[in-house]
Structures are given as C-alpha cells and as structure tokens.
Design a protein around this ligand. Structure first.
Ligand SMILES: CC(C)(COP(=O)(O)OP(=O)(O)OC[C@H]1O[C@@H](n2cnc3c(N)ncnc32)[C@H](O)[C@@H]1OP(=O)(O)O)[C@@H](O)C(=O)NCCC(=O)NCCS
Length: 264
C-alpha cells in the first residue's frame, strides 16, 4: 500500500472520483466532477490516495481556503471491501502531517453526519462507527447547528451535520474552545461559493448557524454519539432523522430508529 499525492494529471485522479467518491457519497454531498478537476488544477484542492495493486483503494480530499486559512477534509473514503483494515487511519495520518506542513492551516475541519439524524447504510457507511473513527483521531465537535451547504445554487443542503475540528495551529484552540473568526470566514466563503449567496433574513438554518458563531469562541465537545447535543439542536426540532434518497438498509434503519427513540 502506497500513500501518495494524486494530481489532476494522474490517470488515478478521476478514478478516485468515479470509483471512491461517487460510491461513498450521495449526489447532494458531492461536488461535480468538473469542480473536482478545476479546483485541483487551481491548486485549492488536493488528493492523498492509498494505492493498492495499481488502483486507488482509499483517498482523502482537501480543500484549502486561503482567505480564512481553514483546511477542509472534504471527503475521505475507502473501498468497501477494504474498510476496517487501517487505510483510513493512514490517510488521517497524512491529514495530521503532510497536509499541515503544506499550508499550515489555522484550523482543519471535517463535516460528519450526526448519528441522531442519519442512518447506517451498507454503501455510505455507519455514522456511529464514523464518529468513533474521528474520535480516535482526536477530532472534536464544534458546538454549532451545522448543515452541509447545497453543492450548487438551488441544490439541497444536508441537515443534521457536525462540523468537526481535526487539528489547530499550535496554541490556536485550547481550553475547550476554538476561535470563531476563521470558522465564520470559512462559512461565509463556503456558502457564497456553493449556494451563490447568503440571505440570513430568509434562511433560519443559516441564521442559527451564524448566531452560534457570533461570540469570540466556539465550544468544543467530545465526539461521543451518546451525549452529543449541539447548540441550536437542543430542542431536537432541527435534528430529525434525515431520510436519504437512496434505498436504505431496512434492518439498520430499524436499529437506528430504535437508537433515536432511546436517545442513543
Ligand atoms: C470512514 C472510513 C474512511 C474509515 O476508513 P477505514 O480504512 O475503514 O478505517 P480504519 O481501518 O483505519 O479504522 C477502522 C475504523 O473506521 C470506522 N469504520 C469502519 N467501517 C466503517 C463504515 N462502514 N462506515 C463508517 N466508519 C467505518 C470504525 O470506526 C472503525 O473502527 P472500529 O473497527 O473500532 O469500529 C471508511 O470506513 C469509509 O470509507 N466509510 C464510508 C465513507 C465515509 O463514511 N467517509 C467519511 C465521511 S465524513
């Protein structure tokens, strides 16, 4: 297994998109193939891949926001038959080492499905296991009512998400808080680039998110599926089980619904 950068001119580059990302993420969660290639050519996106028998077995995709100095782990995926064999862990090591050396981000973030709102799926993965994976790699939740912005104007947002902190510049996040400034700048750029505008007066979810980022700091919480209650989600009104468009694994759904009813 080799862990290496896969540039936009590599024959493996679109294989990562077609064989890994398309397989692991719903269309609402995934940028288009054109955006993927263009951002890499522009230098704001890069791919670290795990190559096995000449094919990509796993990959992590970074998006760099120069303005906010925030790095986003946009996607990480491992081929379903190779999950649980340590490849994801090796990719996370790259996030914590080579990615940090490359741009020295103030904050490194990732978007995770909240297990109270998302169900397990054989193809797209298990939100509770995923939280455990990130917790093992020292990630923390930002205390925000997060949603993933729509990937294009008029597209659909993914509700019930967690914005997680994977890494911070030395001394930048401490005593259980992270500074809100870079997160606000990052979200402003992200929403403008994807949804085309920010109109908080007609957007209650956006307004709640920006309200929760309005103080100087954002509280950091352990990624614990049992107890993760985020600001703005506390009354549960915005954190309903999110029905995926794809065909769901019925047995897992029943278990997830039961867990939801029991408060996980
Ligand atoms: C999450 C993922 C990248 C981890 O990669 P991996 O190579 O399986 O991870 P490792 O072998 O290094 O570590 C194993 C851990 O990964 C997590 N994991 C394993 N299978 C998983 C699955 N189907 N879904 C989510 N997480 C999973 C578990 O925490 C597991 O630890 P456990 O055995 O104690 O439960 C991979 O499982 C995957 O591609 N999942 C589907 C896509 C996805 O969820 N991407 C992340 C979006 S934020």
């Amino acid at each position: 297994m080799e862990i290496l950068d896969i540039g936009p001119d590599s024959p493996q580059f679109m294989a990562v998109y077609d064989e890994l990302l398309r397989e692991a993420f719903l269309p609402d969660e995934l940028m288009s193939a054109e955006e993927f290639r263009e951002a890499a050519q522009h230098g704001t996106l890069w791919v670290t891949g795990a190559i096995h028998d000449g094919r990509p077995a796993g990959a992590a995709v970074a998006e760099w926001s120069q303005d906010s100095q925030v790095l986003l782990l946009s996607y990480i995926a491992v081929r379903p038959d190779l999950r649980g064999t340590g490849i994801g862990g090796q990719l996370m090591t790259a996030v914590h080492t080579t990615w940090q050396d490359r741009v020295h981000p103030l904050l490194t973030l990732a978007e995770l499905e909240h297990p109270h709102a998302h169900q397990r799926h054989t193809q797209y993965g298990d939100p509770i296991k995923r939280l455990r994976f990130y917790a093992r790699h020292n990630a923390l939740a930002l205390d925000l009512p997060y949603f993933q912005p729509a990937m294009k104007p008029g597209g659909r947002r993914v509700p019930g998400m967690i914005l997680a902190l994977l890494a911070a510049a030395p001394g930048f996040a401490s005593a259980g808080v992270a500074p809100a400034g870079p997160v606000r700048a990052f979200m402003t750029e992200y929403l403008t680039q994807t949804e085309g505008r920010i109109g908080l007066d007609t957007d209650p979810e956006g307004a709640a998110l920006f309200q929760a980022m309005s103080a100087a700091d954002i509280r950091l919480l352990p990624l614990d599926a049992r107890h993760l209650v985020l600001a703005g989600y506390q009354d549960g009104s915005r954190l309903k089980p999110h029905r995926r468009q794809a065909v769901l694994d019925e047995a897992s759904n029943a278990a997830a619904q039961q867990a939801w009813t029991n408060g996980i």
